[in-house]
Design a protein around this ligand. Structure first.
Ligand code: 5GP
Length: 170
């Protein structure tokens, strides 16, 4: 199995820094509750948080809809946030938007908790795969319809620790 590079580490860190600065500006340097969606967004969320020079509160949620490389269509919320988000500035941080299901449901769920501001930031977007109409507020990279791994993204739990985004040439 050959892994090809799609986005290298330098490209990732440069773009993540750029998006972090935009987020900081859009949130008027106010405190942000950053909700990292486990496990895939963990590398991205920490890099993003390190580049925001205002107060960031880290929280985590776990939602799974995938089994191997296929979407099962079922969302499983296995870990909920630990913070109260009512009246607070919230940012959902996700690894990749594919069909749009995860973020559509997640956003509905978090909106019901009445945050002051709720935006979505994704590292990658596979727009052509969309089944539900969903547009993230911040996207680091639009990518083609390939199954990608690395920088948090797995293939059967492996490859998350690759420092770049790659894809498997089959
Ligand atoms: P959606 O609900 O938008 O279909 O799927 C989002 C989730 O599917 C992501 O959080 C991610 O876990 C998984 N996913 C979608 N595409 C890929 C991919 O190319 N590679 C990996 N590793 N996971 C993916």
């Amino acid at each position: 199995m050959e892994i090809k590079t799609l986005i290298n580490e330098q490209e990732l860190t440069t773009r993540i820094n750029e998006v972090a600065k935009q987020i900081q500006k859009d949130y008027n340097n106010e405190e942000i509750v950053l909700i990292c969606i486990l496990k895939g967004a963990v590398f991205f969320a920490t890099e993003l948080a390190k580049n925001i020079n205002s107060s960031v509160i880290m929280d985590f949620m776990k939602v799974s809809s995938y089994d191997g490389t296929k979407s099962t269509g079922n969302l499983d919320f296995t870990l909920d946030i630990s913070q109260k988000i009512e009246g607070r500035n919230v940012l959902i941080v996700e690894d990749i938007v594919d069909t749009g299901r995860t973020l559509t449901y997640l956003k509905q769920y978090l909106t019901s908790k009445n945050p002051k501001k709720l935006k979505v930031c994704t590292m990658l977007d596979k727009k052509e795969r969309r089944e539900l109409e969903f547009t993230p507020d911040y996207t680091c990279f639009d990518i083609p319809d390939k199954f990608v791994i690395g920088y948090g993204l797995d293939f059967d739990e492996k490859y998350r620790n690759l420092p770049y985004i790659g894809y498997i040439e089959q």
